[in-house]
Design a protein around this ligand. Structure first.
Ligand code: FAD
Length: 292
């Protein structure tokens, strides 16, 4: 039942009609927002900066994402770049441990990979040494384009400002891991948040085993990587095996674990999203919480 629930919610998360339907109900948008605000730092840059400061005070690193996906219009994508540049400029100065995150469909990747790569490079260039822009992994239909953008920007000498995300559920990740290691970017290992009809392990044991295998590949390949998961069994197995990597979690999911890890000297980072386009992200988190 939990798996069927999860799949249904993930389908709804991908449906623009469902979002419109909820938001058109009287008070629907505000009611949804009240639930979503557990996972989202707020709708404005100021909200994101306040939440960032709070996490830094508790000893956690942060990766701030201005929400958005599925942008087709290049002019909108250009304005998103300006918003990211304003965000980069507003962050507390280094050495505060604050990175940025972005999904490339928010930079209109579908309207042109080359132009999306140039937008990605502009934001990466704005970051001081020691900070990175982590690129999210989207559904498998976009993986080739996302990797192409990352490799192109890394080859411009920006590998040390970039991060990629590797999804353990995708069968192709056993080769994509090599592409990302060779590009020299930081790699965030996740289970994968999208429902895939082909080329993917089902959610559960098969994805978890793939996660462990990829983690060992990263470990042995000498990559700079982090484990982005709330799965305590995977995390502790990898820490016991000697992986001294950052543990990344999503805002609002198991925050008590973060503090406990920090107390044990494990480096932590919290993905902190903000902005008006929170609905689909929230639905994916609701789906994942069904097994909580
Ligand atoms: C920093 C970070 C970045 C990510 N970036 C991407 C990305 O770019 N692309 C992508 O496809 N996916 C991304 N993800 C999401 C990821 O792929 C998983 O979908 C998500 O993290 C849930 O998987 P899990 O590893 O926590 O394991 P699960 O097996 O789903 O969860 C393990 C346990 O964590 C708890 N838990 C998990 N989610 C919730 C929740 N929402 N509410 C309450 N408890 C919960 C439950 O106790 C659950 O039993 C990211 C995740 C993190 C942490």
């Amino acid at each position: 039942v939990a798996r069927a629930d999860r799949a249904l919610l993930l389908r709804l998360a991908a449906s623009p009609h469902f979002e419109q339907a909820v938001k058109s109900l009287p008070e629907g948008g505000e009611a949804a927002w009240r639930f979503a605000s557990r996972y989202v730092s707020g709708r404005s840059l100021g909200d994101a900066l306040d939440a960032t400061a709070g996490l830094l005070r508790r000893g956690h690193g942060v990766s701030v994402d201005l929400f958005g996906e599925r942008v087709d219009d290049p002019a909108i994508a250009d304005s998103v770049v300006e918003d990211y540049l304003a965000l980069a400029a507003a962050l507390p100065p280094t050495p505060a441990d604050v990175w940025l995150s972005v999904d490339l469909s928010h930079l209109a990747m579908d309207a042109g990979v080359g132009r999306a790569a140039r937008r990605l490079a502009r934001v990466a260039c704005a970051l001081p040494h020691g900070r990175r822009l982590q690129v999210g992994a989207e559904d498998a239909a976009h993986t080739d384009k996302v990797l192409a953008c990352i490799v192109e920007v890394a080859e411009r000498g920006l590998a040390d400002r970039l991060g990629g995300t590797l999804q353990a559920n995708l069968l192709r990740s056993t080769t994509d891991v090599r592409t990302l290691i060779d590009a020299g970017v930081h790699i965030r290992l996740v289970k994968g948040a999208y429902l895939e009809s082909v080329g993917a392990h089902p959610h559960g044991e098969a994805t978890d085993v793939a996660y462990l295998r990829l983690a060992f590949q990263l470990f042995e390949g000498g990559a700079a990587w982090s484990m982005a998961t709330h799965d305590g069994r995977l995390r502790e197995a990898l820490l016991l095996a000697g992986a001294s990597v950052t543990v990344e979690q999503l805002l609002g999911v198991r925050p008590e674990v973060l503090d406990e890890l920090r107390g044990r000297g494990v480096h932590t980072r919290v993905y902190l999203p903000y902005g008006p386009n929170w609905f689909r992200y929230w639905m994916r988190r609701v789906a994942e919480s069904r097994r909580a």
